[in-house]
Design a protein around this ligand. Structure first.
Ligand SMILES: *Cc1c(COP(=O)(O)O)cnc(C)c1O
Length: 379
């Protein structure tokens, strides 16, 4: 059996958890939370970082921070996980779904302008598979129309974008706000877990208050106020120190994890490149301005029928490959609220993209077995 994903312990996870428990402080915002947040702020030049219990929570914080009013519109790709949109729907926003580009599932920045109206408040983009969106184009439009940019960087840890100015920036450091996930299916994990990055520091103080249930508790513990109380809306967005301790053990090994994943990705690519024409499949394309963080290895088929055939064939051999996403604009929850525009590329990726097993402990031998299944079926 080759599973689709397999969470793993890479180092001192249990040791650090034990240490956190022994220290007598296992609620949030303690030593390990600080260590993780500092790591990101220093390594990737992020603004203020706040660990959260999920990327979903971080997106909800972002939606609260930009102060949406009823009727406000937010532009979001249709080809994404539900949380990207749900966080903004929860605040009463109308979602204007953007289509993907032709070559990769990221939103098509060349068509963004036509989606902007006087009610547009923000663009939420997803760096799909850790591959950067066209950030120069998006930031330019945002500046021109006075919009906030929120990067859903759930899949994009340790990946970069190089702009026209030649400067290489970490994904998550470019938008006003950004969100990450440490769910067990991502590159760096803590079971469930996430992070909000506040690059536009006008949001920094309020982000901390929303994080702490609407109280100024963090300022109180820093000695900035002599008592703390309810000062704003908020919720319980902090993870416990047990989760932060697990995450820290993974972050300490980030280079090692990334090196291994990239090696596996390259191997996949090399093997599939040899049979791509014969099997009528397309390989991922990475734009010049983007790096690859080996979050996922996907291929594309010519038709939905072809994909279904191959999923069945792989399953028979004990190999689990999965597809996603059901386009959000055609979901049962949102289709009646969608504005009827046809999103051809989104539907195309939804019908033809297939994700193959990708995890730290995957071996080249298992990849050979997967590639052989393709050869035997078709080539
Ligand atoms: C995984 C993922 C999320 C959700 O992350 P959680 O930490 O599980 O809440 C959101 N957006 C995208 C693009 C994702 O891949």
């Amino acid at each position: 059996m080759t599973p689709f994903n397999k969470p793993f312990l890479i180092g001192s996870e249990l040791k650090y958890i034990q240490e956190a428990v022994a220290s007598g402080k296992i609620s949030g915002n303690g030593k390990y939370t600080q260590k993780c947040q500092n790591f990101f702020e220093e390594k990737y030049d992020f603004g203020k970082c706040l660990l959260t219990t999920s990327c979903t929570d971080a997106l909800e914080m972002a939606a609260i921070l930009i102060d949406l009013e009823p009727g406000d519109e937010v532009i979001i790709p249709s080809y994404t996980f539900v949380s990207t949109a749900n966080a903004f729907v929860l605040r009463g926003a109308k979602i204007v779904f953007a289509d993907s580009g032709k070559d990769n599932p990221n939103l098509d920045a060349t068509k963004l302008k036509s989606l902007i109206s006087p009610k547009t408040k923000a663009i939420v983009l997803v760096h799909y598979a850790g591959i950067a969106c066209d950030m120069d184009a998006i930031m330019e439009l945002a500046h021109q129309y006075n919009l906030y940019v929120i990067e859903d960087a759930a899949q994009a840890i340790d990946s970069y974008y190089t702009g026209k100015d030649g400067i290489k920036k970490a994904l998550g450091s470019i938008g006003h706000l950004a969100t990450f996930s440490f769910h067990e299916t991502k590159n760096i994990i803590s079971g469930e877990g996430g992070m909000l990055v506040v690059n536009d520091l006008q949001f920094a103080k309020r982000a901390e208050i929303i994080w702490e249930k609407g109280t100024n508790r963090s300022a109180f513990f820093r000695g900035e106020v002599d008592k703390y109380g309810w000062v704003d809306v908020g919720s319980s967005f902090l993870p416990s120190e047990i989760i932060a301790a697990f995450l820290w053990a993974q972050l300490e090994n980030l280079e090692k994890i990334q090196e291994k994943r990239k090696k596996l990705w390259e191997y996949y690519y090399k093997q599939f490149d040899l049979i791509a024409d014969e099997c009528k499949i397309k390989l991922p394309q990475i734009p010049q301005y983007a790096t690859n963080n080996a979050h996922m290895f996907y291929i594309r088929f010519a038709t939905l029928e072809e994909r279904t055939k191959y999923i069945k064939m792989l399953k028979k051999q004990g190999i689990l490959a999965v597809f996603h996403y059901i386009s959000l604009h055609s979901s049962s929850f949102y289709s009646s609220k969608h504005d009827d525009r046809v999103l051809l590329n989104t539907d195309m990726f939804s019908n033809t993209l297939l994700r193959l097993p990708m995890f730290y402990e995957l071996t080249e031998k298992e990849i050979d077995r997967i590639v052989n299944c393709f050869k035997e079926t078709r080539c």
